[in-house]
Design a protein around this ligand. Sequence first.
Ligand SMILES: Cc1cc2nc3c(=O)[nH]c(=O)nc-3n(C[C@H](O)[C@H](O)[C@H](O)COP(=O)(O)OP(=O)(O)OC[C@H]3O[C@@H](n4cnc5c(N)ncnc54)[C@H](O)[C@@H]3O)c2cc1C
Length: 367
Amino acid sequence: MKTDVVVVGAGPAGCAAAHDLALQGIRVRLLDRVEFPRKKVCAGGLTVKARRALPYSAEPVVQRTVSSLAVSCRMRRQRFFTGKDPICHMVDRSAFDFFCLQKTVAAGAVFKIVNRIESIVETRGIVTMNTDFGPIRCRYLIGADGVHSRVRLLTGRFKAIRFGFGIEGIVKDLPDNDPGMGFDFDKVCGGYGWVFPKKDHINVGLYTQRWPARIRRQDLADYASRRLGGAPPEQVSGYRLGMGGWRYWPGRGRVLLAGDAAGLVDPLLGEGLYHAIVSGRKAARAVTDAMDTGCDACRSYGFALAPIQRELLFARFAAAVFYRLPDMGYSLLTSPAARIPLMGGFARGMTLLDLVLNGVRFWIGRI
Ligand SMILES: Cc1cc2nc3c(=O)[nH]c(=O)nc-3n(C[C@H](O)[C@H](O)[C@H](O)COP(=O)(O)OP(=O)(O)OC[C@H]3O[C@@H](n4cnc5c(N)ncnc54)[C@H](O)[C@@H]3O)c2cc1C
C-alpha cells in the first residue's frame, strides 16, 4: 500500500496534521491502534489558545466555559481569580478526540486501525512501515502516537523524552456549591491538584512534573474528599505526559514527531493539547511545503517549532523556580501585579512567555 503521508496516532496532534494535509489534497492515512471513541486519560481543559489553534470550531463538544479560577497553595490561602472573558473550555476527551477525528475524515484523510507497527525503514526517499496488515509506504511519516511513541522508538534516531505524570478521576456526586475551576498548587511534590467542572460531573486529579512520580490512587481519593467531599472519584486512571521537547530536534530524515511523542507538554501546568495541535499543524505545513518545493521538511519543521520550544523552555524554568519555592511563587502568582495580566492574557490566548515579554515591554516603556 502506498500513500503520500502516514500519520500514526489519531489524537489531537495526529488529527491536526492529517486534517491540514488532507485539505491540501495530499493523500494521507491516519492510523491508530484503537477504534474511536476511546478513553483518553486527560482533564479535558482546552485553553483559549488551544481552542483557537484548532482549524475548526470545537463548539459542539465544549461542555462548559469558565472565566474564573480558585487557586491555593497546599489548600491554604485560597484566592479567586475572576475575569470577564473565558479562560478555559471544558471538554470530555473521548468526545473531543472523536469529534476531531470525524472532522479529519470529513476533510479527506483515510482512517485505519493498526494493531502493531513492527518496523520503520527509510530508504531512497520512501518510508516503509511494516505493520500487522502488511507494509505501508509513504513519502513522509508523522509520529503523533503519544508519550510512548512507537514511531520515536522504532525510528531509533530520536533521544528519549522526559516524563511527567497525572492521575484523574470523575466525581458524579456534585456538591451543593459549584466549586468552579481550581488549582491547588504544591498539593503534590512538583505539581498540583485540579478540579475541572464539566456538564454533569467534576474531573479531579493530581499532576506532577517530577519523574518517577510518587502519587497513589489514595492520594487522589484524599484530595477529592477534602476538596469536594462526598463519594471518592470513579474511573481513576493515571498516565505519563511527554516532556523535554524544548531540547530536541523534532524530525529526522522523513520522519517528524508531534505532540507528546515530541515531548511538547508544558511542565508548569501539564498543558499538552495546545502544543499537540500546533505541532501537528506545523508538521503538516512542513510536509506540504516539502512536497511543493522539494525543501527539507524536517529542517523547516524544526525551525517552525522553535517558538513553541522557546515557550516550553521558559515554562521549564518557571516550573523549576515555582515548584522549588512554592510559597514565594504562590505569593507572586496571586499578587495583583501578576493576577490581572495573567487572567487577561489567558483570556486572549497568550502563552506565559508572551505575557512575561509583554509585561517587560510595558515596564521598559514606562521607564
Ligand atoms: C492526567 C492527565 C491530564 C491532562 N490534562 C490536560 C488538560 O486538561 N489540558 C491539556 O491541554 N492537556 C492535558 N494533558 C496532556 C494531554 O492529554 C496530552 O498532551 C495530549 O493528549 C497530547 O496529544 P497527542 O495527540 O500528542 O497524543 P495522544 O492524545 O496521547 O494521542 C496519541 C494517539 O496515538 C495512538 N497510539 C499510541 N500508540 C500507537 C501505536 N503504536 N500505533 C497506532 N496508534 C498509536 C493512541 O491510541 C492515541 O489515540 C493531560 C494529560 C494527563 C496524563
